[in-house]
Design a protein around this ligand. Structure first.
Ligand SMILES: Cc1ncc(COP(=O)(O)O)c(C=O)c1O
Length: 488
């Protein structure tokens, strides 16, 4: 080092003491955040342009004090978020970031290991393997096949279909691509998540070859229709590849008849991928488990800890009971990634497209250990009970309909339908009720459109949600219905 070089402390990272000091500041903020969260707005009322303007700032040339950055985050970022970890957030699929997992995220960043190769992060790969085995146990899914944590269910489904295609045989997609290969067909209900379409686009299957089977009122795939469509495609010379079945559809929490679908898949050597991104881990709840099909029938399964398992984004489990199904699809090892192999080592880079991988398993390891599977099950059961409370309130109130009465999941689709309105007028009314509730910023819900029309979707799944939050939401819904009803 020459004397003209600055001292390391002048250009380097915070000192460990600073890290602790600032960490405490952050933890104090988080403590206040959680202590007051229930009384804070769930979302912002600022227009998008104003929020953009708040952060439309030049590239910082000079260092800023962390306390100022933290203040600004609290004063300007946090108030203009939609707070998913709020007890009154009921939109999309309400999820949770729990204490142990929050701290694990910080530890993960501090350790900053890359779980691509065994040698790159030995214990992290071992923890991931164990966590995946635990997740298989929770889902009653065979734990001796391939499994990997990925960022979300969309990519999990993409990877599952790639594995299905790899196993299909008859053409070498790795070498020759899709050119000259058969026309592959994938089947799913019209309620299946749009990630399937994205997977079909990406894999070169094509949207025209995703065969959407219409569903009835319960939002479940009709296996008779499925079998007919497969036979028709075989006659036309197509190559049926896979069926994607749902355990918990996005709109209404519908469940496809997995055993009947599995039989059809067996008959025609089709790969069965089950999208249990939402529904899978609800299996832990005593009230829900009896209503769920046997997930072990699936050739591959996706279930999202980040939707249900009290775990922050991003964590999704892709499981297949076929050993080597993922590694045969994704293993490709250039010289610079060649390492020694040792009995028991696992190279997670071979299980998906991702090379550099975060130590995602740590947050799951911490939270599963901290709560125990019984503790998690109790919390999920409590959420299911709260949904029952809302269903009872709506069921006992004139003009309110529950349009998905059969779902076992804590997802309640509500429609306010006073007599004398046309379906279009009822749709408009429900849209206005939905927007009025969200504009109040005390609770937050989303919507979907089903056979009955526009419905307000209430998902209960945040670890902090209590009966008082559900009662508050119900009061807001009925007040909004009364207000909007006045103008009819
Ligand atoms: C049933 C279902 N499958 C897949 C997805 C996609 O999940 P992700 O956001 O993890 O990619 C969703 C998202 O809500 C979903 O509801």
């Amino acid at each position: 080092m020459t004397t003209t070089e600055p001292a390391v402390s002048a250009v380097g990272d915070w000192t460990p003491e600073q890290l602790e000091e600032y960490g405490r500041l952050l933890l104090t903020r988080l403590r206040e955040h959680f202590e007051t969260l229930r009384s804070q707005p769930v979302t912002t009322d600022r227009p998008a342009k104003e929020i953009r303007e708040l952060f439309d700032e030049p590239l910082p040339e000079q260092p800023q004090d962390f306390t100022e950055i933290l203040d600004r985050t609290w004063d300007e970022v946090r108030p203009h978020l939609t707070l998913w970890n709020h007890p009154r957030f009921h939109a999309y699929f309400a999820n949770s970031s729990s204490g142990p997992a929050i701290l694990a995220e910080a530890a993960t960043a501090a350790l900053n290991v890359n779980v691509m190769l065994w040698d790159a992060a030995p214990a992290a790969a071992a923890v991931e393997s164990t966590v995946l085995r635990w997740l298989c146990e929770m889902l009653a899914y065979p734990g001796d096949g391939d499994a990997v944590l990925v960022d979300g269910a969309s990519l999990a489904t993409l990877y599952a279909l790639a594995a299905a295609r790899e196993r299909l045989g008859g053409f070498d997609v790795r070498r020759t691509g899709m050119a000259g290969g058969p026309t592959l067909r994938v089947y799913a209900s019209d309620q299946t998540h749009s990630s399937l379409d994205k997977a079909a686009i990406t894999l070169g299957i094509g949207l025209d070859h995703v065969v959407r089977i219409p569903t009835g009122r319960e939002g479940a795939l009709d296996p008779v229709e499925l079998a007919a469509r497969v036979r028709q495609d075989l006659r036309a010379g197509h190559r049926p590849l896979a069926v994607v079945a749902n355990v918990g559809t996005t709109s209404t929490g519908g469940i496809d008849p997995v055993p009947a679908i599995a039989e059809i898949c067996d008959r025609h050597a089709l790969w069965l991928h089950v999208d249990a991104a939402y529904g899978g881990f609800w299996r832990l709840a005593d009230r829900i488990r009896p209503h769920l099909p046997d997930l072990s029938l699936a050739d591959s399964l996706v279930a999202n800890p980040h939707k249900v398992l009290l775990c922050p984004m991003e964590a999704s489990a892709l499981l297949t009971r076929h050993r080597d199904a993922l590694t045969n699809t994704f293993r490709l090892v250039p010289e610079y990634l060649t390492t020694r192999h040792e009995d028991g080592s696992v190279d997670f880079m071979n299980y998906s497209l991702q090379l550099g991988r975060q130590f995602r398993a740590l947050k799951l390891w911490w939270l599963i250990k901290s709560f125990g599977v019984r503790g998690i099950a109790g919390r999920l059961d409590a959420a299911a009970g709260l949904a029952g409370r809302l269903r009872a309130a709506a069921g006992n109130t004139p003009h309110w309909q529950i349009t998905n009465p059969r779902t076992p999941f804590p997802l309640v689709c509500l429609r306010y339908a006073p007599e004398g309105l046309s379906p279009q007028e009822t749709d408009d009314l429900n849209r206005r009720i939905h927007h009025r509730v969200n504009a109040g910023r005390r609770s937050y819900v989303s919507h979907t459109v089903v056979d009955a029309g526009y419905v307000i979707r209430v998902s209960i799944g945040n670890i902090h949600t209590l009966a008082e939050d559900v009662d508050a939401l119900w009061a807001e819904l009925t007040a909004a219905a009364a207000e909007e009803g006045k103008s009819l």
